[in-house]
Design a protein around this ligand. Structure first.
Ligand SMILES: [Zn+2]
Ligand SMILES: [Zn+2]
Length: 159
């Protein structure tokens, strides 16, 4: 896996919260959403990622190190500072440029008990994936019906 910024081979880093990928040269990092949740980054940032990922523009200058697809550019406010993060929907991962990850504070969500059982955390991550799958299926169905309509219209005009 190559760095999204400088194309250097990424290093796999193991932590107690799971593993992520890091670039030795530019300090870029690719971290999955479940790992970010486990390390308790500011839940407000996670909420912003969740609400903005749908309508944010695609950044064609950066490809996901894992699946090579262009990532979404998300504008996030962190403690009133603007930050631009890249998000890969299929991999459910965030790409952080140099020091971006370090600039996001660690905060425990007051709404979620800190004594959550690991199984519940896993269940929450699974629910997220479930949600994404449903969204993808819906999109594919819409696409399919659009194609059918177009085909029908073409036939009407005798094309
Ligand atoms: Zn790099
Ligand atoms: Zn990806």
């Amino acid at each position: 896996m190559k760095c999204a910024n400088c194309n250097t081979e990424l290093e796999r880093i193991n932590t107690k919260n799971g593993f992520y990928y890091s670039c030795k040269l530019c300090d870029g990092k690719m971290i999955s959403i479940p790992v970010l949740k486990r390390e308790h980054i500011d839940p407000d940032v996670l909420r912003q990622i969740h609400s903005k990922k749908q309508d944010s523009p695609t950044d064609f200058s950066k490809k996901c190190p894992q699946c090579q697809r262009p990532m979404k550019k998300l504008l996030i406010a962190v403690d009133s500072q603007k930050m631009e993060l890249e998000f890969c929907q299929p991999c459910f991962c965030i790409w952080f440029d140099t020091a971006e990850h370090e600039n996001i504070p660690i905060k425990h969500d007051q709404k979620i008990s800190s004594k959550l059982h690991p199984d519940s955390i896993k269940a929450m991550a699974m629910a997220d994936i479930e949600f994404l799958n449903i969204q993808r299926e819906q999109k594919e169905r819409e696409e399919e019906s659009r194609k059918d309509q177009l085909w029908f219209a073409l036939r009407l005009f005798g094309l």
